[in-house]
Design a binder for this molecule. Structure first.
Ligand code: GLP
Length: 253
């Protein structure tokens, strides 16, 4: 399940091509989408590739993994704004098919249940894109999140808030909580591409490799998924054992 590429641009090429291929073969595909620095070069590459190939994206449906509580869709640091900037503002998406949790929902618990229900009615996710937090979170499912969790409100760990403060200007405060798809919605995706690039992910990738599946490292749950690929650049793979980094299966990816 490990695929190691030389650098982040090569990773972006691979993931973007996989997305293009998926949408071409199934224009009504349901995508699970992620945010974060890791996804930026991937979306940039995808926009470029889709434009050049005149890919029709108007029939696809998407569900984003998460959103900060307290930020409106117009807030420049919301994940909604991120998605418009990097992806949805380009190409010919049908905005009525693009879903993100509402960080301003009055009843957050109820909104979480409704988000999960809407996803279920759309048939679940065909292809889920995932990044990973430095502490092993996927979506915003922090260490310790139950594997049977569904879309819910989460209190962000201090580590995550510090990691994500780089996206917030100056002394602006990183929200304390978020709405995230749960571990169930993620694991129910028919196919998963988890991407980790850069040295800052090397430690958590090595831990993922070493550990059995444990709720203490949410990322490890992917070992139980039959169609999950872990896509790394060499920097993120740098703390894996040499035998893994050099194995022919990985080298040929
Ligand atoms: C964020 C997001 C995740 C993302 C992860 C990694 O907090 N909620 O969905 O995958 O952390 O972010 P980055 O790619 O910026 O390292």
């Amino acid at each position: 399940m490990l695929h190691i590429f030389s650098d982040a641009p090569s990773v972006a090429d691979y993931v973007s091509s996989a997305l293009v291929e998926k949408i071409r073969s199934r224009p009504e595909v349901v995508l699970g989408l992620a945010t974060g620095g890791t996804m930026e070069p991937i979306y940039a590459r995808f926009v470029d590739q889709a434009r050049r190939q005149r890919l029709d994206v108007s029939r696809l449906t998407s569900f984003n993994l998460d959103e900060y509580v307290g930020l409106s869709a117009d807030h420049p640091k919301s994940y909604s704004a991120y998605m418009r900037h990097h992806l949805f503002g380009h190409l010919g998406f049908d905005s009525s098919r693009l879903h993100l949790p509402d960080g301003l929902a009055r009843d957050l618990e109820r909104h979480s249940r409704e988000y999960s229900e809407k996803l279920r009615r759309c048939g679940g996710i065909d292809l889920q894109l995932l990044g990973v937090g430095g502490n092993g979170h996927i979506g915003f499912n922090e260490p310790g999140t139950a594997f049977d969790s569904r879309c819910h409100v989460v209190r962000l760990s201090e580590r995550t808030r510090v990691d994500n403060s780089r996206f917030f200007d100056g002394n602006a405060i990183v929200p304390a909580s978020a709405i995230t798809m749960g571990m169930c919605e993620i694991m129910e995706a028919r196919e998963i591409l988890l991407v980790a690039t850069g040295e800052s992910k090397a430690r958590i990738v090595a831990e993922w490799y070493r550990h059995e599946v444990t709720e203490a490292i949410p990322f490890t749950v992917l070992k139980r998924h039959a169609r999950a690929k872990i896509i790394l650049d060499e920097a993120a793979a740098s703390l894996l054992p040499d035998s893994v980094r050099g194995s022919p299966a990985v080298a040929s990816a």
